[in-house]
Design a binder for this molecule. Sequence first.
Ligand code: GBH
Length: 552
Amino acid sequence: MRGSAFASVLRSTAHSSLRRSPPIPNAVVLIQWYALCASLNIEVSASHALHCITMLTTTQILLMNRRKALQLTTLGTSAMLCNPFSFLWASNPKPFPKGSTFSLPEFTSSDFGDDFKWGVATAAYQIEGAWNVDGKGPSIWDTFSHTKGKIKTGETGDTACDFYNKYASDIALIKAMNFKVFRFSLSWSRIMPTGEGEINPKGVDFYHKVIDECIAQDIEPWITLYHWDLPQALQDQGGWANRKILDWFNNYVEFCTKAYGDKVKNWMVLNEPAAFGALGYLSGMHAPGIRSPKKFFKATHHICMCQAEGGRIIRKNVPDANIGSTFSCSHVDPINDSPKHKKAVSHIDALLNRLYLEPVLGLGYPVDGFKWFKNIYKYVQEGDEEKLQFDFDFIGLQNYSRSVAKRMRLLPIAQAWQVPPQKRGIPPEEITAMGWEVYPEGIYKMLKYFDKYEGIDKIIVTENGSAFPDVVKDGRVHDEKRQQFFQRYLANVLKAKQEGVNVQGYFLWTLMDNFEWAEGYKTRFGVVHVDFETQERIIKDSGLWFQELLGE
Ligand code: GBH
């Protein structure tokens, strides 16, 4: 009975398929399928793929129908992925060998030198809240977080830590922990609601109050001009992908440096261009959520142009300024010694570590590391190359983890997969709540890496930190893992310094738990715990550890 029903389905499908289009080439299907697996973060082995081609071909031949063949293959694939025996054909990566176990030196803050800068870092959208208060215009992060499905927890930065109202007591917390530097960013659309032209005096005033409060409490204010929250009105005109951003950004920097330049000497132009360029315009995981290589190339060039020009404007307007920009970086290892993974390492390294740094050092875009970047030159106009360079006083290095790359030819663009630590045999206690591997040697390696560039003289670690789940118990947060993280990373910073790397400061990420972008509030990076219902703050044990470390 069942058999004959199946036969009739087969017959009717075969019959109708004769009138349909011919089967599409298997290669196309395979690539789509690979891309799907990649987006779902599923690792695909060659034998796995072969299995699927065979299935697809067989069903296509049997049925001569592309839609049915695809449906059946999808079913088959899903079954395979759910199959408890899938380990038989899914590749099973060997545990990645762990780095050398680094013996911790006993250190004190004075080992870093008396003029070493100790600070905490934050970003406007992540802490301020007051998203539509006192004349502030919307930014791309307001729009993005208000769009369903963009933030994992469905949360927004509407209130965040309410720093807009609590800034004075929050600066007091920085002081209480004995830090000397507060790095924070300005919200462009709070100062200029539409990004150009009209100024919002209440917004301008807010940052005056923050700066004055820092000065009153003997905390040095360090300003980041742009930490990802572009005015929405500028995004509506194309954002970073529109070359007009060169004028918009210059006017914004002109205004800010003139407004705050006599009180603030330490300036950073951008926060992590690799993150807002690639995540914003290529993967779409961050605002504005665009996935377009073309826009990514344009945006990248404009970002680099603004980075350098921003530096020149600060130099012109702020006497005795200390000028930098900040760069995320990750040491990149191959998954194993096989030479085929070298290219994967080169691509990932060029994307994560070189793309936004090398142009400003006068080295151009790193096409030697990743040929695909030659497309950026389509948008480089006459005279641009010179303007890409600027001699920063310091480079802000931001490091969290490392990347382990595996060559996967069929993955789009980089043909490389960044293998997550769980798949490399890293023990769970060495993986943070972000899913990032704790890899203290990485910061040492990246300090050395940056130090090798002739154009880099002074380095400041402008971010480093970790998210772990916290528990409040009797008014305390015993966040030992976070404290250990800081201790191990700092030991590596000190090691690099003692070996001659000119690293002159360390700002941790971050002062207090806050809106962690696409992750929402779940992942807590703060040395101060925030109860987002009551806005109550508790200095965590890691914060108290710093208080002791930095105390006289
Ligand atoms: C920082 O990002 C941010 O500055 C800060 O706002 C944030 O809260 C904090 O860290 C914690 O996440 O080139 O597409 O592969 C650091 C984390 C590291 C994420 C580099 C993006 C490269 C993205 N970033 N990474 S991509």
